[in-house]
Design a protein. Structure first.
Length: 235
């Protein structure tokens, strides 16, 4: 079976400079023509601008990494709105929309969120934004899948905006020996039953750059063609 790639990542990066030039040119001409008598040209140039500026999906997947160090810069209202729109646009089983979201920007609450479990969540207090991703098991028995898809959609939207993010697992984790992380968050965020917290997503401007994922290290041995095949042992 052959895998066909129209454009490789190397080819896309090769023309980065020209795309950026085209971006600023089309952006300027677009806004000039927006008020002109030729709106059809305005729309055409806007489409060129989008093609030149936005990351292609494959590059987006390569560039999305988990970021736990954020700068002190805040997110703009437009950036926050786009991230949340990505969640609300995500597909759900039978279109039941079993998810809900609690958006947190207040520093005091971010600090309390960062204590939802003993390990792996302290960085939340330094995030510009946190989103608790909830699901309702009475609305859909696939609430975990619905909420997971919405969470990933938000992370990919954030990466397309140059914003870092990291998933903090909550479901199945403990705040203490006797209290689940979800119970702690339900009380902190006034989450009513029967909603459950799947995870918290932390967002913020990246304080450090990370290298894109390497295609050469992809685990193709996890892909099975036509039927499952056990790995060869060499015996």
């Amino acid at each position: 079976m052959q895998f066909i790639t129209v454009f490789s990542v190397a080819e896309i990066r090769k023309y980065y400079f020209y795309r950026m030039v085209a971006r600023y040119f089309c952006e300027g001409v677009y806004f000039f023509l927006f008020e002109s008598a030729f709106p059809q040209f305005s729309l055409y140039l806007f489409r060129i601008y989008i093609c030149c500026f936005m990351q292609d999906f494959h590059s987006l997947l390569l560039n999305r990494r988990s970021h736990r160090k954020f700068s002190e810069e805040k997110l703009s209202p437009d950036e926050v709105r786009l991230i949340l729109e990505a969640a609300l646009l995500s597909p759900t089983s039978k279109n039941r929309h079993s998810w809900e979201f609690v958006v947190v920007e207040a520093g005091e609450t971010l600090h309390k969120l960062s204590s939802c479990k003993p390990h792996g969540c302290r960085f939340i207090e330094n995030a510009a934004l946190a989103v608790a991703v909830l699901g309702n098991p009475l609305v859909s028995d696939t609430w975990i899948e619905d909420a997971s898809i919405a969470a990933l959609a938000m992370q990919l939207q954030a990466e397309s905006l140059g914003i870092g993010s990291c998933w903090v697992q909550v479901r199945g984790r403990l705040f203490s020996e006797t209290i689940a992380s979800g119970e702690y968050l339900n009380e902190l965020l006034d989450v009513p039953a029967p909603l459950d917290v799947l995870c918290i997503l932390a967002f913020g401007k990246k304080a450090e750059d990370k290298k894109p994922a390497e295609e050469a290290s992809l685990l193709w041995e996890k892909v099975h063609i036509e039927k499952y095949r056990f790995p060869e042992t060499g015996n």
